[in-house]
Write a protein that binds this ligand. Sequence first.
Ligand SMILES: Cc1cc2nc3c(=O)[nH]c(=O)nc-3n(C[C@H](O)[C@H](O)[C@H](O)COP(=O)(O)OP(=O)(O)OC[C@H]3O[C@@H](n4cnc5c(N)ncnc54)[C@H](O)[C@@H]3O)c2cc1C
Length: 435
Amino acid sequence: MNNGKFETDRHGWAELLPPRQATPPLKGEHRADWAVVGAGVTGLAAARRLAENRPDQKIVLLDARAVGQGASGRNSGYAVAVSHFGGGFSQKKIDEYRRVNRINQAGLTLLRERIEANSIGCQWREQGFYHTAADSRSQAEYHYFLEYLSALEIAHTPLDTAELADRLGTKTYHSGIHVHAGALVQPAALVRGLADTLPSNVHLSENSPVINIERGAPLRLVTSDGALLADNVLLATNFEAPKLGFLARRLSASTLTGSFTRILSEDERASLGSLSDWGVLSLHGGGATVRLTVDGRISLRNTAEYNGGQLLSDAQLQQRQAVHRESFERRFPQLAHVPFEFAWSGVEGISRNSTNFFSKTAKNIYFAGGYNGSGVSRGTAFGHALADYACGADTDLVRDCLASAPATWIPPRPLVDIGAYFTVKKRFRGVGLDR
Ligand SMILES: Cc1cc2nc3c(=O)[nH]c(=O)nc-3n(C[C@H](O)[C@H](O)[C@H](O)COP(=O)(O)OP(=O)(O)OC[C@H]3O[C@@H](n4cnc5c(N)ncnc54)[C@H](O)[C@@H]3O)c2cc1C
């Protein structure tokens, strides 16, 4: 049983949107055929798919927070089609690369279809991303990535410093690759839109933390204000699954931070090259993720740390913002006068061996999550497939998800803290100008 505490704050992408009234919390005792716990991209996709598979059954979707306050509303908004597997290209891993990219692509397609069918306004722009290299490590990675893209016949365009400067308005990058597939999105608007257009047999209760799951038939989910009896439970709780007694030694968390500038003026935007909006992913694992958003802000994320699965305090965020600022001014000296308007943190679910989780974890309880910082499209695909799997369907996507490698063991505290310290150090080794 957990203490029902699920922290939240008023920073991030949700604050850039108009206020939204959360659905009322679950009160009293209720009965459903299915419970989905967690209304991020995984839980939203799972609930929607259950509703399609079982139109006559009742599905209750519970979230501890308001929709948009989990990682799904706090990420950098890259819906990836093509994963970058750092550390070199290996012919032997081609089948694995293809499997992961099929899952990414399935998630991207599902998101596009859902957004179009429900007219969700979330700044969805499907024009790929720039994978860039500024320092020596990422330049080595640039060559591996090119080899990988060519071997897998993935559409891309290599670019040099001048071509990147023309498109992005910065001379920071030595080289880069535009991968044509992939979408950028306002993440909080995406999850709000998905939550507000759920099928009629899905009932969403926000601010309803599940504090315990009592085993039996039916299962009994105890929330802070009520209880839900359900025949099956789909857990989409990301790194917080251990609070309910699942995957404690397999699933961990990393806290990331970023900042947004105010909206740039027309002249400031004109100094940023020829494109109206774009997204840069670093070819160094610790490098900065930088976007020019559709509404004309620069967003930059470049810190990651182990913080026990917690968001950062305002004081900590202020310190991290100095790191964002240095990186921003180095890339865009012409915008050095432009202030940041927001800083935000978010927590991603990670495994030690960078695998994802997709399984039946107990009788009538299923779990999907932990996407190591790449869960917008993948989480959507995993959630969709989890619903199919729980309904007994055997699809190509279910088989691809089931083929995820088992997660390696994570030691308990304080060893995990020491391990996490060194993992983070390793992530940023040689980051140099890419930070
Ligand atoms: C700063 C940052 C940047 C990122 N950038 C990207 C990116 O650009 N592209 C990308 O693909 N991925 C990115 N990621 C990762 C991505 O956001 C996640 O992988 C993805 O959102 C996970 O989705 P999810 O639905 O599984 O989990 P979450 O979005 O974390 O949702 C889980 C939900 O479960 C709820 N919950 C947990 N426990 C309980 C409980 N006991 N009872 C009720 N509810 C509960 C939580 O409140 C939460 O809303 C980033 C992550 C962060 C933090």
